[in-house]
Design a protein around this ligand. Structure first.
Ligand SMILES: Nc1ncnc2c1ncn2[C@@H]1O[C@H](COP(=O)(O)OP(=O)(O)OP(=O)(O)O)[C@@H](O)[C@H]1O
Ligand SMILES: [Mg+2]
Length: 445
């Protein structure tokens, strides 16, 4: 009798091999290859393809989740029969957010919560804290077959699985939460969701480096991947779309955690985009997250150091981008930082991904280095090039609108940015000019 084939799969990147390696050849992680039973091939019947013209696609109406910030990130609501993955660190508020959404959706459709982590009583306690969720149906189950069978029979419009790591398929043999189990669970749920028209949201835990635990294949499988980020010790949480088959990615939702649950913050610029007049090392950036302009306070600290390799530490900014900005400041704008540690922080625990915030980051650092405050009522945006010249940022119209809305009257921008209403838009060609215009030299200390 032939020996049963055994496969080894990496729990980080999904790489598979016929033998075991200490170091994964796919992603170079150590000790991540685990044994997986290979599937037995079965006889399959051929199926006739369809022409697109024969497919009848009734424009599926999106389901409003009742949480406007979540709708925005999903691209205007939940698409029926889609599979959404919500990832986030422990305790960030995934269960709270999804229970709030289920509660609103249960008013006019069937909404089911499958909980593998918490008991029915614990969910009830949370629901009471959120103001009651009488209409939500709940199933405490971890057996994958049972969950799928229940979904097929009940066919709710929306279902939340909390979490995918607790689901367990007995026929696989490996432990719950292992690559094989998580992948199988996601694949089976995908099939059930598409066949029965159940919009399914699965919760996934994240690993230390922030990716959803289990193989990357999970992210390819689902229609939409949302990341719920934020500091457990601060009240604000950020929800972002990392992948979205039905809408724009990089949309941003902002929430505040309160005693009665998560409350959306409709106007985060007013919250995060304020600096105190005359404060050294603070500047306002006008960034764009998806379609949403956002004013953010950037703080910088420059302190002398004896280290041979001065530190460049950024919270909320990309470290490579920060190193580049520091280098351009030294080389092209006369702000030498070779003997200084530079720390940069973005307000509210927001992470900036786009280069449009470069000028404001540079302005905050220059302000800290020259001990001169940034002029009051001033915001900045634009990308910095390696030659010290500024490049226009995308969708400047939107950004300027946001500045005007929040009552800022001067904006430092790259050359070629169109004028806007009553705003004083100051165009500059180089970083050196932008810093000269932005700092209040008269108040230098
Ligand atoms: N009474 C309360 N008042 C304010 N905040 C609370 C209260 N109870 C819970 N929280 C907040 O809710 C958070 C836990 O939320 P939740 O259980 O939804 O997180 P989670 O992401 O589902 O966590 P896990 O990964 O462990 O399932 C806590 O970190 C806490 O900040
Ligand atoms: Mg939870």
């Amino acid at each position: 009798m032939p020996k049963a084939a055994v496969k080894y799969a990496c729990s980080e990147c999904g790489y598979t091999a016929g033998r075991w390696f200490g170091k994964c050849p796919g992603c170079d992680a150590f000790g991540t290859l685990v044994e997986e039973a290979a599937p037995t091939p079965g006889a399959a019947a051929a199926k006739a393809p369809l022409r697109l013209v024969d497919v009848d696609a009734a424009e599926a109406e999106r389901i409003a989740t009742g949480v406007p910030e979540l709708d925005r990130v999903l691209g205007g609501g939940l698409v029926p029969a889609s599979l959404v993955l919500v990832g986030g660190e422990p305790g960030v508020g995934k269960s709270t957010l999804l229970l709030t959404a289920l509660r609103a959706m249960s008013r006019d459709r069937r909404a089911l919560l499958v909980t593998g982590e918490e008991s029915v009583a614990q969910v009830k306690l949370r629901a009471e804290r959120l103001g009651g969720a009488a209409g939500v149906e709940i199933l405490a189950e971890t057996e994958l077959d049972t969950v799928c069978a229940s979904l097929e029979r009940e066919r709710p419009a929306v279902c939340v699985i909390d979490s995918v790591q607790t689901l367990y398929a007995a026929d696989l043999g490996s432990a719950p939460g292992s690559v094989a189990q998580v992948r199988e669970a996601a694949a089976r749920l995908l099939r059930v969701a598409k066949e029965n028209g159940v919009a399914t949201i699965i919760v996934g835990h994240v690993t230390k480096d922030g990716s959803v635990a289990g193989p990357r294949v999970l992210e390819h499988l689902v229609d939409c991947v949302l990341q719920f980020e934020g500091d457990r010790y601060h009240a604000h949480r950020i929800l972002r779309a990392v992948k979205n088959r039905f809408g724009s990615t990089n949309e941003l939702g902002v929430f505040e955690m309160t005693g009665t649950g998560l409350v959306g913050v409709p106007d985060p610029s007013a919250l995060f985009g304020k600096t105190r007049d005359g404060e050294i090392g603070a500047a306002v950036a006008c960034t764009l997250e998806g379609t949403r302009p956002l004013l953010l306070e950037i703080q910088a600290l420059v302190s002398p150091t004896d280290l041979a390799m001065p530190r460049r530490v950024g919270t909320g900014v990309d470290p490579k981008r920060l190193a580049m900005i520091v280098a351009v400041l030294g080389r092209h704008a006369g702000v030498a930082l070779g003997n200084a540690d530079v720390f940069v922080n973005v307000a509210g625990g927001v992470r900036i991904d786009e280069p449009g915030a470069d000028v404001a980051v540079a302005l905050a650092i220059a302000s800290a280095a020259k001990t001169a405050p940034v002029q009051s009522g001033l915001a900045a945006f634009g990308e910095i090039g390696l030659t010290g010249r500024l490049r226009p940022a995308t969708q400047s119209e939107r950004r300027l609108q946001e500045c005007a809305k929040l009552g800022l009257d001067r904006v430092v921008v790259p050359e070629g940015t169109p004028a806007h209403g009553k705003l004083n838009v100051e165009e500059h060609d180089t970083l050196r000019q932008a810093i000269k215009a932005g700092l209040d030299a008269g108040q230098s200390r």
